[in-house]
Design a protein around this ligand. Structure first.
Ligand code: UGA
Length: 430
């Protein structure tokens, strides 16, 4: 099939590359000229495991091309995916101006019947909006259909999530239109749900806010574990064995960051309010998450006797492992608080340092975990990169001024750490 993907962010680039890999002819459009030039040279704008290889292979095989020309992209394609950013406005509402811009471009270029598929996370009702904008801008009397096909990929495992999604949701106006999308996805052999556009749009928000709720729920339980002496790891296992609860997405820690959960909860609250609903449960989810960094800071401050003049080794900067994405990363908040209280920071992350430097320029960046530990009064684990789990802890201990570890993601076994000679503090465990 001939496919056009508008927007080459995480969702667009991964979607385009995977569709090409499945044998389709894909043209990716972005109005960022520099980005398109880099992509044409095989340079990725983001770090995502496996992405570079899959893009390069498909560019070489001429199934994947990049352009700034939306007109060309739309005209030669049967299906057009909108994968542009939907950032938050100050009041929490979602800014859909990039969607509008894409829809205008599609309208102007419309030369024959097409299916326009929205993959970006958008407020319920955006499908109607896209339809209206295309109608207004189309220059010929040509029919088209709009579909909602929300994306559920996670950064860090985006390729795998796109190749083997747990479900594919297709919100289409008719069965015939849905069939066209089914045909495209059939080769993945994954469960598909066909529904209306509003429900598809709602499924995305309900999924993300539910997942965020799980994280805030377990983090609050972890706080109560700390006060009562219970152990969050055992509690999580104990509740996770109940299949109605499930064991995934219940890792207590510093809470959620990234470009999705914080923004999506606020956007969903805004939509709910617009339709007359107060969704206070979600306000609590945000409130609990907002307190994670302060809570961690309180633990560290108490144990090391204040930050003034102390050197803190920070391990992990990105909002989660396997990505260089620093958007809403907990490291930013924590490092800024530490700096304001007089600490000296030495930070290390396997891939996010370059992006971190743009946001927190005034700290020292270490070349590896051992140099971040050098003469440190304490180490704080902020992101659970796999390589931190495999460190030579004897060596880390020798580097440090005082062997204290504050594990914000519960990646180590407390007993083992203490046996190795560390003072060790984690989340919701003794
Ligand atoms: C999230 C959803 O998981 C995807 O399904 C969705 O497609 C995506 O948002 C999106 O809307 O684009 P992502 O933000 O990439 O994906 O990352 P997650 O793996 O969901 O992690 C989000 C945050 O929650 C991270 O900071 C992570 O460290 C934290 N988290 C996750 C926890 O603190 N505990 C957990 O048990 C799981």
């Amino acid at each position: 099939m001939n496919i056009c993907v508008i927007g080459t962010g995480y969702v667009g680039l991964v979607t385009g590359a995977v569709f090409a890999d499945l044998g389709n002819d894909v043209i990716c459009v972005d109005n960022d000229k520099e980005k398109i030039e880099l992509l044409n040279k095989g340079i990725m704008p983001i770090y995502e495991p496996g992405l570079k290889e899959i893009v390069q292979n498909n560019v070489e095989d001429r199934r994947l091309t990049f352009t700034t020309d939306i007109n060309k992209g739309v005209r030669i394609s049967e299906i057009i995916f909108i994968c542009v950013g939907t950032p938050a406005k100050n009041n929490g509402e979602t800014d859909i101006s990039y969607i509008e811009e894409a829809a205008k471009g599609i309208g102007k270029a419309l030369n024959e019947y097409k299916i326009i598929v929205n993959k970006s996370t958008v407020p319920i009702g955006t499908g109607d909006f896209v339809r209206e904008i295309i109608e207004k801008n189309k220059e010929k009397d040509i029919n088209f259909d709009v579909v909602s096909n929300p994306e559920f990929l996670r950064e860090g495992s985006a390729i795998q999530d796109t190749l083997a999604p747990e479900r594919i949701v297709i919100g289409a106006p008719t069965k015939e239109v849905a069939m066209k999308l089914l045909e495209l996805y059939a080769t993945l052999g994954r469960p598909m749900l066909i529904t209306d556009i509003y429900s598809a749009e709602m499924i995305k928000y309900a999924s993300n806010t539910f997942l965020a709720m799980k994280i805030s729920f377990i983090n609050k339980i972890a706080n109560i574990c700390e006060s009562t002496g219970a152990n969050i790891s055992d509690v999580t296992k104990g509740i996770g064995y109940d299949s109605r609860i499930g064991s995934s997405f219940l890792n207590a820690g510093l809470g959620f960051g990234g470009s999705c959960f914080p923004k999506d909860i606020k956007s969903f609250l805004h939509t709910a309010k617009k339709f007359g609903h107060d969704f206070n449960l979600l306000n609590s989810v945000i409130e609990i998450d907002n307190n994670r960094a302060t809570h961690f800071m309180n633990i560290i401050r108490e144990k090391i006797g204040g930050f003034k003049g102390k050197t803190i080794g920070i391990l992990g900067l990105s909002f989660k492992p396997d990505t260089d994405d620093m958007r809403d990363a907990k490291s930013i908040e924590i490092i800024k608080m530490m700096l304001s209280e007089g600490a000296k920071i030495k930070a290390y992350d396997p891939v996010a340092i370059e992006n971190a430097k743009k946001i927190i320029p005034n700290i020292e960046y270490a070349k590896n975990s051992y140099s971040a530990a050098y003469k440190a009064d304490a180490i704080a684990i902020i992101t659970e990169w796999r390589e931190f789990k495999l460190l030579n802890m004897e060596k880390i201990k020798k580097e440090m001024k005082r062997p204290v570890i504050f594990d914000g993601r519960n990646i180590y076994d407390p007993e083992k750490m203490r046996k190795t000679g560390f003072e060790y503090y984690s989340i919701g465990r003794r």
